[in-house]
Design a protein around this ligand. Structure first.
Ligand code: ADP
Ligand code: MG
Length: 248
């Protein structure tokens, strides 16, 4: 989207993660600059989710360093609650609180974590519901929304915390095909507004059009990375070619 600056927001160096004997990440290097959209593609089981989960310490790496917004996440003394405040995360499943209205889902963390007052939290929540096209759903319960609307509400909830970087883990994979487009257009709009985004996705068209950089991962390593026109349009590595021939 050409809004990238030189300020590095996420810097990952030689990241390793194993579950028992299974080495899932085997030396990942990655940097994301402010305003940049980086898409991670690759086959199931290649370690994409684990990589994203390491960035906000939902998984603890075995070695390597991760710095996000100046916080060294991998430092055992890091104030992880403060570090996480700058990181928004949107998963495949929407994880909204079922018994709370959409508005309450958007205000609860603002009030508890950011200590915003009720009026301020509601103002921010409504602003972000507007941003994702759900202004009229503030009073609804999650079950009254379609999957695509729930995912947009989850995105609005993350945005309400003023993240410096947004992590998306296959945000459209659980959606019926006709609902995918609305979620992707919200993400595209965020990218255009200059949001820094690290996105695991199978949506090649989105990656091609929106990403500044695409990483192809396989078996815990970055096989190839570069501009989408290169990695998706003209891949160099056999493994990338073979993956793309299966998904395109
Ligand atoms: P992807 O998102 O690319 O499909 P994942 O990062 O989810 O890949 O998983 C990579 C590998 O790590 C898989 O073999 C998966 O079964 C394994 N794995 C992921 N999470 C755990 C866990 N908590 N415990 C054990 N194995 C795991
Ligand atoms: Mg995954």
């Amino acid at each position: 989207m050409n809004q990238a600056t030189n300020e590095v927001i996420v810097e990952i160096t030689d990241l390793h993660k194993a579950f028992g004997q299974l080495e899932v990440l085997r030396g990942i290097d990655l940097s994301v600059r402010r305003g940049e959209v980086v898409c991670v593609i690759g086959p199931s089981g290649s370690g994409k989710s684990t990589l994203l989960r390491c960035v906000n310490l939902l998984e603890v790496p075995n070695s390597g360093t991760i710095v996000v917004n100046g916080f060294e996440i991998t430092d055992p003394d890091v104030d992880i609650d403060r570090a996480r405040q700058g990181i928004g995360m949107v998963f495949q499943s929407f994880n909204l609180f079922a018994h709370l209205t959409v508005l309450e889902n958007l205000t609860i963390a603002q009030r508890k974590v950011l200590k915003r007052g009720k009026a301020e939290a509601e103002r921010v929540a409504r602003e972000n519901l507007e941003r994702v096209g759900l202004a009229e759903k503030a009073g609804s319960l999650p079950a009254q929304l379609s999957g695509g609307q729930q995912q947009r509400a989850a995105i609005a909830r993350s945005l309400s915390m003023d993240p410096q970087v947004m992590l998306f883990d296959e945000p459209t994979s659980a959606l019926d095909p006709e609902l995918v487009g609305d979620v992707l257009s919200v993400m595209r709009q965020l990218a255009e507004e200059g949001m820094t985004m690290l996105v695991v996705t199978h949506e090649m068209q989105f990656a091609r059009e929106v990403a500044d950089k695409v990483l192809f991962m396989d078996e815990g390593v970055v096989v190839e990375q570069g501009a989408p026109t290169q990695v998706i349009g003209d891949p160099r590595e056999e493994r990338t070619k073979s993956f793309l021939s299966r998904v395109l």
